[in-house]
Design a protein around this ligand. Structure first.
Ligand code: RB5
Length: 164
């Protein structure tokens, strides 16, 4: 099971810790690292989009994204169709975002959590199954919202053309 990993400069160090942890506990091939690879400043959307697309197109089953607060990465990833990115701060949140929300990307704020809890959340996130049942219809409603937005933008595109 491949896991896409990405961080901006604020999340770089914690990303490296998480990558080491995953490589020690899983097949090394399972971790696909989308950078960044230093503490030099980068823009979080540039990394976030690559991880989100790797999950969206099925190359990776899950993604893990890090920035300073986790906010920028979660806003970015949730723009991508089919992505349910969850910004988590506790072990319970990491479990519930899988059980209830079928989250496919875990987002962590490297400047606001301790590394130990981050590793714990990663392990919980990767090993917890979606509970389904009553949660299925809620996930379906989110998917329907994405489709409405897609259709609306397609319509706007057509309106734009008809005005030419
Ligand atoms: C970078 O300074 C910081 O803005 C970024 O890591 C993140 O916290 C944004 O949401």
């Amino acid at each position: 099971m491949k896991i896409a990993l990405g961080a901006d400069h604020a999340g770089y160090r914690l990303k490296e810790k998480i990558a080491g942890h995953l490589k020690n506990n899983r097949d090394k091939q399972d971790v696909v690292d989308f950078g960044t690879n230093s503490e030099d400043s980068v823009d979080y959307p540039d990394i976030g989009i690559r991880v989100a697309q790797a999950v969206q197109n099925g190359d990776c089953r899950y993604g893990i994204l890090l920035c300073g607060t986790g906010i920028g990465m979660s806003i970015t990833a949730n723009k991508i169709h089919g992505i349910r990115a969850a910004l988590c701060f506790t072990a319970d949140m990491a479990r519930l975002c899988r059980e209830h929300n079928d989250a496919n990307i875990l987002v962590l704020g490297a400047r606001v959590i301790e590394p130990e809890i981050a590793i714990e959340m990663v392990d919980i996130f990767l090993t917890t199954e979606f509970a389904g049942k009553r949660h299925e219809k809620r996930i379906k409603k989110i998917a329907e919202l994405e489709d409405i937005n897609l259709n609306e933008s397609a319509k706007q595109g057509l309106n734009g053309l008809s005005g030419c």
